[in-house]
Design a protein. Sequence first.
Length: 178
Amino acid sequence: MAKKGDLDEWSWLSKLFHWVTAGLIFIQIPLGFYAKDLKLSPLKIDMFIWHKSIGMLILLVVIMRLLWRIRSTIPLPIAATAIEKALATAAHAVLYGLMLALPLSGWLISSAANFPVKLFWLIPLPAISGPDESVKLLATEIHIACVISLICILIVHIGAALRHHILLKDDALKRMWF
Ligand code: HEM
Ligand code: HEM
């Protein structure tokens, strides 16, 4: 488990993990909506190869991020009240859960639809299910529910960061920045 220590800011590696995943997620969400809305064409297939590759990259980065978090010392929460602390901890846990559930459900959609996942046109990944229409439909519903939850929680997350920075004028945002 991560130790909560007397640190002024997040470690350099924690910051790098946070902003790399944030950047990839900000590309990945609009890319998913864009690719989905295209008519069947070579462009649509290319956009889905990008979407699936970036999504699998997010999975890899998040697994490394969680392994690092378990081993490292992290700063104490900044929130004033016990309820705020509990809400922030819960929101962060859900964000980690969604960052795992999204790529896994996406991988399941592709496997069940019998579309092999190829990382950046180069590395083929194994299927995690046989072809199965009902699994494909269920995984698609899970993927979309996770997308909607992620967007809602991110609005609150970014709003909370701005509230700390602009209204409360504390170091919450600064200590996550380089
Ligand atoms: C403009 C966008 C964003 C801002 C301003 C922001 C800001 C922050 C800040 C200030 C913290 C540190 C909170 C603390 O010190 O207690 C934090 C933590 C966190 N952020 Fe973000 N964030 C952004 C985007 C994202 C995105 C896109 C994700 C993932 C989907 C994300 C996931 C997390 C997680 C999981 C933590 C908790 C870290 C931990 O406890 O290990 N953030 N964020
Ligand atoms: C954090 C990672 C991911 C995010 C944020 C994300 C986000 C999205 C979004 C916003 C959409 C459009 C929503 C819609 O269908 O209406 C979408 C669709 C889709 N994504 Fe992802 N995705 C991620 C990872 C993946 C991965 C790794 C794969 C496959 C390996 C994948 C496969 C798909 C597929 C097949 C669709 C079309 C689903 C449908 O027919 O509605 N996604 N994704």
